[in-house]
Design a protein around this ligand. Structure first.
Ligand code: BGC
Length: 765
């Protein structure tokens, strides 16, 4: 207790001082005074620290419960406790629950020489106990307010459990649905991804990090992990500078602009350099060019992996490379704690590098208020009241509904009639209470999602008959294991087909198990796994009135379904309230408004496929074969980026660019009229794309540069205004410099990335 009491007194005085000043100063100077105070405190503490204690701050250990990566040999509980007591640990991850956090925090605060509190990290990816939809699903809502709120709730629950730092948001852009982690990001587009990155950071961190219900965010994985070759997990990444600067980096920059306090580097190499050892990314771009003043954490043992990549001979060299490159904290790698002090003592790396890293780490700890009260996140009463609270379920239900995308509704089977119908509910995921929780749900309890069966049972006017039809998986679904897909047992299909035959409508729930996407879960096929296609086709033969509800963590290749099934609903993995959200969409109590944040390919051969592709030199269809295409597939996707239907219809008209020649500093005003022409009230995501026709670096055929979520009653119209400025009209050259070039730009506005409504303006000098 000794250090804790002393520090409380000091910080109470500084808090009073700080409050006193706020009356006189404007907002900016308030921030200055606060950070100045923190800087002084950090400098003073740093001057008291031994070399080993500095290294300790740069060391993060996994807790003793959840494991989210391979356990290193040294990672025994005994070593961890010893190191904790010596002050050689600055942070722990995967320790949760106020009791457990208090216990490790007590050792750090009361048993180490300087009593520096631990920062406690955890993968709060889409909720803590109450789970929101997986991040890719939430991105489909295009609803920044709802996304921010979902992160806010995650922060409230996680912080009540003793956690003060989340390893989220993942802001990796990816164009390859084979990669399992596309479920964890915001999809393929840097503009949408940047907006969502900022909203999530705000949700986690709030306006004041020192409150006990806000937590530090971590934008990850810096950088280019989403471009792993062939979608294979942890694979090499080799991309050009144009893609790096124009596609990969913008969401990270948005997170930094949103004051994200930490950044995680990644497992991949980039153009021959493992990024954990990349000075270019971590120092030159992140810390110097962008002036990022938080700290960088390695990914799980990614410093060690510099050796396997063949970029360092041993741990000593790996530690040297990573620290020099700007990786401030070593996650569960045992490399810094073993090597850094020796490297400094041997004159191989300068102590200033450690000073810089430790200052950054201590700064965030001060900002979180951990020095004021290291147990501020450990209030048991708060824990009881806040975790799993009903209002959190209401909020995740809201965002779950908003995340659903209506892909197709040809015969208007949807919304379902509420009375007098016999509905057959079929499919291995229809009564699933586990799969909708996704694969990142360490703080939650298994089998706690509302299933679709449970959701639909609440609508009592119809006769609902459930038949599973298939088991999707065999055996265990443990976090670190692959699920085993049932490829042989067809015994339940017959009964499902018989049930379907007599129904008015068949609702089929198919897709991927929650443990088939996420980290370490890349696929080479993007079809419906196991025997689901067979089940679908057999049911279709007896009753084609099928509503296909997809539960999955990535775009799937469902060309047969698109050709044959009248209604298709993309319902992802929607978290705790999954079944309630889906039922309310199926029955029309919520009119779907989601739009795809990732292109759906027709087949795996088209991958990577994305809407903002380059035109090529031979874009046009020709009689001969010498144009850019496949001989066995169309170029177009199955469903384009931005696609999503509603039960109502929207009509766009009167696209107007207010002027036709503009200077680079001008604000370009664009308006469009939108009318709800159908029979339901509804929401539409109005999207604006541009094409810069000629560029010194070739420009994509379309780039999203604005969107607005608009709600209209049936029959109602409105005019939507967009503004384009140089922030939207430029791009990065191959040195990473932002530039705006004069010339002609096409503007497209509509309800998806293939909208045809188009106009043009010219940018002059
Ligand atoms: C993942 C990170 C995660 C970390 C800690 C790693 O394997 O790549 O995203 O935050 O584990 O669980």
């Amino acid at each position: 207790m000794r250090h804790y009491l002393k520090k409380t007194t000091i910080s109470t005085i500084s808090v009073l001082f700080f409050i006193g000043c706020t009356h006189k100063k404007n907002d900016n100077s308030m921030i200055d005074i606060k950070s100045e105070t923190i800087k002084e405190k950090v400098d003073s503490l740093l001057s008291k620290m031994t070399l080993e204690e500095k290294v300790g701050q740069m060391n993060q250990y996994n807790g003793f419960w959840d494991v989210t990566g391979p356990v290193p040999e040294e990672g025994t509980a005994k070593n961890k406790f010893e190191h904790l007591k010596k002050g050689w640990v600055g942070s722990m991850l995967n320790v949760r629950g106020t009791k457990n956090v208090k216990e490790v925090q007590r050792i750090a605060v009361e048993e180490t020489r300087l009593g520096i509190p631990l920062i406690i990290g955890f993968d709060v990816i889409h909720g803590y106990k109450t789970l929101s939809p997986i991040p890719l699903a939430e991105a489909a809502s295009w609803d920044l307010e709802a996304i921010e709120k979902s992160a806010r709730i995650a922060a409230i629950e996680a912080s009540a459990s003793g956690i003060n730092w989340t390893f989220a948001p993942m802001v990796d852009i990816s164009r390859d649905a084979r990669w399992g982690r596309v479920m964890e990001g915001a999809g393929e587009d840097p503009y949408l991804g940047s907006k969502i990155a900022k909203a999530r950071v705000k949700g986690f961190q709030g306006d004041d990090l020192s409150k006990n219900n806000t937590i530090a965010a971590c934008a990850k994985h810096f950088a280019a992990y989403g471009f792993s070759e062939a979608g294979k997990e942890y694979n090499t990444v080799d991309i050009g500078t144009s893609t790096l600067h124009n596609v990969v980096l913008p969401p990270f920059k948005a997170a930094v602009d949103g004051n994200v306090r930490t950044i995680m580097n990644s497992f991949n190499e980039l153009n021959g350099v493992p990024v954990t050892a990349s000075k270019y990314l971590q120092r030159d771009i992140l810390k110097e060019k962008w002036n990022f003043n938080g700290f960088v954490i390695s990914d799980w043992a990614s410093i060690n992996e510099i050796i396997s990549w063949g970029h360092a001979e041993d741990k000593r060299e790996a530690a040297k490379l990573a620290a020099t490159a700007g990786s401030d904290m070593d996650m569960e790698g045992y490399v810094y704690v073993k090597e850094l002090a020796k490297l400094v003592n041997d004159g191989i790396i300068k102590e200033e590098i450690l000073n810089d890293a430790v200052s950054r780490i201590l700064t965030v700890k001060f900002e979180l208020g951990l020095f004021d009260d290291p147990y501020r996140y450990c209030d048991e009463e708060n824990e009881k009241q806040n975790i799993g609270n009903t209002s959190h379920h209401d909020a995740v239900l809201d965002v779950a509904k908003k995340s659903i995308v209506l892909l197709k509704n040809d015969k208007n089977l949807l919304p379902l009639k509420k009375e007098g119908q016999t509905i057959a509910l079929i499919g291995p995921l229809a009564d699933e209470k586990n799969s909708p929780l996704g694969s990142w749900r360490l703080g939650s309890d298994d089998n706690t999602a509302i299933s679709i069966l449970e959701g639909m049972q609440q609508y009592k006017g119809n006769t609902l008959i459930f038949e599973k039809g298939l088991d999707l998986i065999e055996g265990s679904t443990a976090f670190t294991q692959q699920v085993h897909i049932n490829n042989t047992d067809t015994s339940k299909i017959k009964k499902a087909v018989a049930t379907a035959k007599n129904a008015d409508v068949v609702v089929m729930v198919l897709g991927e198990h929650g443990f088939q996407s996420g980290e370490g879960r890349s696929r080479t096929e993007l079809d419906l796994p196991g025997l689901q296609q067979e089940l679908l086709e057999q049911v279709y033969k007896v009753n084609p009135n099928i509503v296909l509800v997809l539960n999955n963590g990535r775009p799937l290749t469902i060309e047969w379904a698109d050709d044959n099934i009248p209604s298709i609903v993309e319902a992802w993995q929607l978290g705790s309230q999954s079944g309630n959200a889906i039922a309310s969409v199926l029955y029309g109590d919520y009119n779907p408004s989601g739009k795809l944040p990732m292109t759906f390919p027709r087949n795996v051969g088209q991958v990577p496929i994305y809407y903002n592709y380059k035109n090529t030199g031979r874009p046009n269809k020709e009689e001969h074969v010498f144009w850019s295409h496949y001989i066995d597939s169309e170029n177009t996707p199955l469903y384009p980026f931005g696609h999503g239907l509603s039960y109502t219809t929207f009509e766009y008209s009167n696209l107007k660019i207010h002027g036709n020649k503009f200077k680079k500093d001008d604000t370009i005003k664009i308006t469009v009229d939108l009318k709800n022409t159908g029979n339901y009230n509804g929401k539409e995501v109005v999207q604006l794309y541009i094409r810069d026709l000629v560029g010194s670096i070739t420009r994509p055929v379309r780039e999203l540069k604005g969107f607005e979520l608009v709600e209209l009653k049936k029959g109602e119209s409105t005019t939507i205004t967009f503004e384009l400025t140089k922030k939207e009209l430029g791009f990065f050259d191959n040195q990473g410099n932002y530039m705006i070039e004069s010339g002609k730009f096409n503007v497209f506005v509509g309800g998806s990335s293939i909208t045809k409504l188009e106009d043009q303006f010219e940018l002059i000098e």
